[in-house]
Write a protein that binds this ligand. Structure first.
Ligand SMILES: [Zn+2]
Length: 300
């Protein structure tokens, strides 16, 4: 099984996670820029964070044979902090970078005027830079927040096929399916969407324009949830080709619209649909990043 996790915050995860993900078939990830749990106090903190998403983190992923791309944005939660308005002015220079495959995650948290302003400006930046957009939906008032998100996306003039609306559930999947946008589902250990409900939704709505992610971060989450969904799909009677559509072909098609998705470092035998476990042994990239490596001392 080859897996592309289209939404995971690897900066918050350990090298053990990279090892386990790669052994489970995760060959590629997209890491959206987001909140760090601890509020930031100045745009300069964002610049350092964005630099890490484009430098150190892809280097670290490559040590475990995982291809790393990112999305860049001012996240919905911190859009409410007036000290961080300047982040919007930093974005154009980051959106021009090669490994940035979308604007995101943008969207609503508490649906405030400041969030409205940040969302509208960032949708305009996506149009300007010819990039797809990853849109977060709020955890409270999810149905109303998702409806409003779809309306704002429509007003932006972005074609729906360049928009991924994420963190959906049974209540919101229908309206996003009707909008023509891509549908993202974050599968968590104990909240929001779980593996069995995910498989039921795939049975009811089909596989078209559906992406499944772990959204793993610094909270209770599990970077192997993508693999768990693949296994549960097979157990429920979906074919290996179906699993490949959801866990590989769909994210590649969505982020491929950026023209920047570079999967060329993945060995050719792993980019075909049926990958054996033996063939997925990781190939570490080696070398260093600005004089730093993931090694701690020399091997015994
Ligand atoms: Zn996220």
């Amino acid at each position: 099984m080859r897996i592309f996790d289209p939404h995971i915050h690897m900066t918050s995860r350990t090298t053990d996670d990279y090892e386990r993900m790669r052994a489970a078939g995760v060959l590629a990830v997209v890491e959206p820029a987001f909140w760090l749990g601890q509020p930031r106090t100045s745009p300069a903190s964002f610049a350092d964070y964005f630099d890490g998403l484009l430098g150190w983190e892809p280097y670290r992923a490559a040590q475990f044979g995982v291809v790393h791309h990112c999305t860049i944005a001012l996240n919905p939660k911190e859009a409410n902090d007036p000290r961080l308005q300047g982040v919007l002015d930093l974005l154009p220079r980051y959106l021009a970078k090669d490994r940035v495959v979308a604007v995101g995650e943008v969207g609503y948290d508490e649906i405030t005027p400041a969030e409205d302003e940040a969302l509208t400006r960032q949708l305009a930046l996506a149009v300007e830079h010819g990039l797809p957009v990853l849109v977060h939906t709020p955890h409270r008032d999810k149905a109303a927040g998702t409806r409003r998100t779809i309306d704002v996306v429509r007003e932006s003039g972005l074609p729906p096929e360049r928009v991924l609306i994420d963190h959906l559930n049974e209540m919101t999947v229908g309206m996003v399916a009707d909008s023509g946008c891509w549908m993202g589902f974050s599968v968590y250990p104990d909240t929001k969407m779980d593996v069995d409900r995910m498989v039921t939704i795939l049975g009811e709505h089909g596989l078209d324009r559906v992406l499944v992610n772990s959204a793993a971060d610094w909270g209770r989450s599990d970077p192997l949830k993508t693999r768990a969904v693949g296994d549960a799909m097979l157990a429920a009677g979906f074919s290996e080709a179906d699993v490949d559509t959801v866990l590989w072909a769909n994210p590649v098609a969505f982020y491929g619209q950026s023209g920047r998705l570079d999967l060329s470092s993945i060995p050719a035998e792993l980019t075909t649909a049926h990958v054996t476990t033996a063939a997925t042994a990781a190939v570490a990239a080696g070398g260093d990043y600005a004089g730093n490596t993931v090694l701690r001392g020399s091997p015994a």
